[in-house]
Design a binder for this molecule. Structure first.
Ligand code: SF4
Ligand code: SF4
Ligand code: FES
Length: 248
C-alpha cells in the first residue's frame, strides 16, 4: 500500500505549511511512527513532489505506547504515532501538532505547562503513602497516565496557563486520593476543587481518547468522591467499602 502523508510543518522562520511524503509498505502493523522514522532515516529526504525536504520534527521515546512523547493529531484526532497503524488511517494521512501547546517545530510541541500543572496541584508524596490492597487497583490505573496530552487536546475547557489543569492532572491525582492518609486529603482537596473540579464541565469528551485506555470516568468519580463528598476508598475490617472520612 502506498500512503501519502500530509504533514503540517512549522518552523519560526518558515511559519506553517503542509508538505506531503509518500511511504510504501505491505505491513498491516506498521505505524505512523515507523513511517516517520523511515523517512527521517533517509540521507536525501524528498517530498511527494520530488523536492529536497528537511527532516521531519517529531518526538519519540519508546515506540511502545509507554512514554507519550509521540502524541500528535492523526487525521484530526489526538493519538500516539506509535499506536496509529497506517492500515487503519486510510491512504492519505494528515499529521498535525497538538494545538493546546506551543509548537516548537513541525510535530514537536512544548508540553511543559502540563508538567508545571502537576506541581501546581502538588502531585507528589511528601510522606509515606498509605498503601492498601483495596486501593492498589485505583492507584495503578491512575499511575498509568503517560502525560501525553491527548485528553487536553479534546477538552473544551482546558487552556494552557489557565487555572483548570485538565484530565492530565485529574487522572494521576487519583492515586494520591487513594493512598494519602486522611489528614493530607483535606489539603489536596482544596487544590483539586480549584484546579480540576470547578473547571471541569463533566462532559467526558475526553473519555474515549486516552491512548493508555485509562478508565477516566472511574478516576474522576473516585477523586470527586474524595475531594468533594469526603469519601475515600479504604480497607475496613477486611471488607471493600467506601468509608466516610471526617475531613472537616
Ligand atoms: S470531562 Fe470535559 S471538561 Fe472535564 S476534563 Fe474531560 S473534556 Fe475536559
Ligand atoms: S489521561 Fe490518558 S490521554 Fe490524558 S495525559 Fe494521561 S495518558 Fe494521556
Ligand atoms: S514513542 Fe513512546 S508512546 Fe510513542
Amino acid at each position: 500500500m502506498k500512503y501519502r502523508i500530509d504533514i503540517e510543518r512549522y518552523s519560526p522562520e518558515k511559519k506553517s505549511y503542509i508538505e506531503s511524503f509518500y511511504y510504501e509498505t505491505d505491513s498491516e502493523t506498521e505505524t505512523v511512527a515507523n513511517a516517520l522514522a523511515f523517512l527521517n532515516a533517509k540521507s536525501n529526504l524528498k517530498n511527494a513532489d520530488g523536492q529536497d525536504a528537511e527532516p521531519i520534527g517529531w518526538e519519540c521515546g519508546c515506540m511502545q505506547k509507554k512514554c507519550g512523547a509521540c502524541a500528535m493529531v492523526v487525521n484530526g484526532r489526538p493519538a500516539l504515532a506509535c499506536d496509529s497503524r497506517l492500515s487503519r488511517c486510510g491512504k492519505v494521512i494528515r499529521l498535525s501538532p497538538l494545538k493546546k501547546f506551543p509548537v516548537v517545530r513541525d510535530l514537536i510541541v512544548d508540553r511543559s505547562v502540563m508538567f508545571e500543572n502537576l506541581k501546581t496541584i502538588k502531585l507528589y508524596f511528601e510522606d509515606n503513602a498509605d498503601f492498601g490492597e483495596e486501593t492498589a487497583g485505583i492507584a495503578y490505573e491512575a499511575s498509568r497516565c503517560l502525560q501525553c496530552g491527548c485528553c487536553l487536546e479534546v477538552c473544551p475547557n482546558f487552556i494552557a496557563g489557565g487555572t483548570f489543569t485538565g484530565m492530565a492532572s485529574a487522572v494521576p491525582v487519583t492515586r494520591l486520593f487513594a493512598e494519602l492518609p486522611a489528614e493530607k486529603i483535606k489539603e489536596l482537596s482544596k487544590l483539586y476543587n480549584k484546579h480540576i473540579f470547578e473547571g471541569c464541565g463533566k462532559s467526558l469528551a475526553c473519555r474515549n481518547i486516552c491512548p493508555a485506555k485509562i478508565d477516566i470516568e472511574k478516576m474522576l468519580v473516585n477523586s470527586n468522591a474524595a475531594a468533594v463528598w469526603k469519601r475515600v476508598f479504604r480497607h475496613q475490617e477486611g471488607v471493600k467499602k467506601w468509608k466516610n472520612q471526617d475531613l472537616k
